[in-house]
Design a protein around this ligand. Structure first.
Ligand code: SAJ
Length: 413
């Protein structure tokens, strides 16, 4: 058995390592020579608990190998990014299209191609059409139905960063085959390591299911964030309010924060809005509410400086990761806030982020050194809680005496 995983990033690499751990021969394909070399040395280029161990043992055992060029396999899994086109909120399918160009020459009768990338509704059909154009000698399900040479399915990934290696195994999978046999074959592929249910549907429903899951979370976080603005105006403690409301057996409000980060929840709802702008009113508004939260936090800091009657102030930003207890800075609202505050006149910014040793090279414009939380608070006039890391929650409240505290994420509640 051989599986090829195209795109060795946050989803592709853990998935490849998971197949290899089950003694399936895996060829991982990536466009970046550095990534290919790193993996072939048994090392990893991304941080995810236990991924390093899995990649090291799979390359040593010979079940995982990375390459720039495609090789024959039974199943091809595509796990490439689907970002926005430029500064727009339109999905960019060009990475999927390139992946098709990469694998097309290696396809033979009996293969299955599975799209794992989070995609707008209709993307799997586009993928099938691109492959059909590239390989006119083979038949595909959109024309040949159950008799096609190549099978096609969409099986979106749903794993939570920080828990990927566990959730890959235990999460239920949505399997959207273009035909029943496409779904059956996709289920057989995932059964190598998935212990959760594999639930079969169509590609369009599978695409929408993934977008719906992340939009559901975004809308619910927006509700919590909107409550935080309302409570601030009405002089009510939003954390106490939410705890009280959540005592109701059918209410479960999420946590307000400095905004929504990461590369999924702040992106995927736009794929629904882009397709159905008239209908997707709540989903669109939720995006705007969550995207507006960082500026609200910045305004709070500026107000706090004025309230202290100071012309300049030192602000300790506690946390720059995109969520608690993780070292991932991508699309982090906390980092965006810290950067904007650094660019604000008369503010001296210090940053504490216990999950990283140094700010990454491409953040060089962040001309600040990392402090321990205790040091940062000691030097600060204003303490700005941005991420509820466990190290911050463990801090003594006495450290905050005499400081102005803006706690956006309930570190001290
Ligand atoms: N956040 C809040 N308040 C909350 C919960 C989260 O402000 O109550 C913020 C976080 O701080 C973070 C952002 O939302 O900035 C997103 O964090 P998250 O933990 O909700 O989600 P992600 O982006 O790490 O992973 C999500 C997951 N989706 C769902 O839970 C529905 C994951 O299962 C998906 O696989 C992943 O997106 C993905 O790749 O699509």
């Amino acid at each position: 058995r051989r599986v090829s995983v195209v795109g060795l990033g946050y989803i592709g690499l853990p998935t490849a390592a998971m197949f290899a751990s089950r003694k399936v021969q895996v060829i991982g394909i990536d466009v970046k020579p550095d990534t290919v070399d790193t993996i072939n040395r048994g090392e990893v280029h991304i941080v995810e608990p236990d991924l390093d161990i899995a990649v090291r043992s799979s390359t040593r055992s010979g079940y995982l190998r990375a390459s720039l060029t495609p090789e024959p396999a039974e199943a091809f899994l595509i796990a490439v990014p689907t970002p926005f086109v430029g500064d727009s909120h339109e999905p960019d399918l060009s990475y999927i299209q390139s992946a098709c160009e990469t694998i097309a020459p290696a396809l033979v009768t009996g293969n299955i191609v599975i799209l794992e990338s989070t995609s707008p509704v209709g993307a799997t059909e586009h993928m099938a059409d691109w492959l059909a154009e590239l390989r006119p000698d083979l038949s595909f399900p959109q024309k040949a139905g159950e008799n096609s040479d190549i099978r096609i399915a969409h099986c979106p990934e749903r794993v939570l960063p920080g828990h990927v290696m566990q959730e890959l195994i235990t999460n239920d999978r949505v399997i959207g085959g273009m035909t029943e046999r496409c779904s059956e074959m996709a289920v057989a592929v995932y059964r190598h390591f998935v212990t959760g249910n594999c639930v079969v549907t169509t590609p369009r429903t599978a695409e929408m299911a993934k977008l719906t899951e992340n939009s559901f979370r975004d809308v619910n976080i927006a509700f919590a964030n909107e409550l935080s603005l309302i409570c601030d105006k009405l002089d009510i403690n939003v954390w106490e309010l939410i705890n009280l409301a959540n005592l109701h057996p059918r209410v479960n409000i999420l946590r307000p924060g400095p905004g929504v980060g990461g590369h999924c929840i702040a992106v995927d709802p736009w794929f629904i809005v882009a397709k159905t702008p008239e209908e997707a009113q709540i989903i669109h508004t939720a995006r705007k509410v969550n995207d507006g939260k960082p500026q609200w936090v910045i305004d709070k800091v500026v107000e706090a400086v004025q309230a202290r009657g100071q012309s300049t102030a030192t602000v300790a930003c506690l946390g720059v990761a995109f969520k608690p207890d993780i070292d991932d800075l991508r699309e982090s609202p906390a980092l965006a806030i810290a950067k904007k505050l650094i660019a604000t006149e008369n503010l001296n910014i210090i940053v504490a982020e216990p999950n990283i040793d140094k700010l990454p090279a491409n953040m060089a414009e962040l001309d600040v050194s990392l402090h321990s939380p205790e040091q940062a608070i000691a030097k600060a006039d204003i303490v700005l809680g941005l991420v509820a890391h466990r190290e911050f929650k463990a801090l003594s409240r006495d450290l905050l005496d005499g400081k102005t505290v803006i706690d956006t994420c309930a570190i001290w509640e």
